[in-house]
Design a protein. Sequence first.
Length: 247
Amino acid sequence: MKVALYNQMFALDGRKLFSNILGHYAVHFQNNPDNALKRTDINRTIKIIRESDADIIGICEILEGQEKELETELKKLGYNWIYFEEGHRTKFNNLGIKVAIASKIKCKKQKLEGFPTKNELGGGGGAIQCYFPRLKLSLINVHFAIMQQKELLKKQISFFNQNFKKLNGKFILMGDFNQTFKEIKDKLNLSNLKLASNEIKTCSLTPFVRLFHFKDDDHILVRKINVKGCGFLEGESDHRLIYAELE
């Protein structure tokens, strides 16, 4: 079984500095939602997910208004179980920032209410949990707040430490943590969880920005699951797609 994680950066072009800046301005700092969506292209996301050939994919930074097209295209690739969950909303155009889990293996969305967010840049993209009956497996995909949101980040970590206590058996935790594994491992209650993604550097891949920030912000962790290997793919986001081969 292959699981993958991809922060699609709203399906903007993250590999050029100027387009990255204009895209983030359109999403976060102007009040016309249509202008934001016009700069995005879901085909950028679908292309790399197709290449990954993952059985389960977690996606971060989905912009409200992209869900229908994303779901349609994912189903063409065999992802018949697709669930979304909202995180924060943008400050100026009030668009929802979402996370998703898409799977070729039957699953159902479970209740994971109360993940704290803040309606401004870096305020946390949400958290979603699914259960896979055939695999007897729980999976959470999360997008944490940025490091500068210190008080919010503390609340988010506390939320997860409380919810981890309720989960038994096989478990996968993955997402954009906005922190390196070394930075997060002592804050989150990660007992019995193994890092499957091996501290692969994922972000930022944008020219110039990469000189100041190129770290392992995205992670896949597992419990009671064997890890056969891991790797990454390059797309058009400012993040790499990471994947883990599990059994």
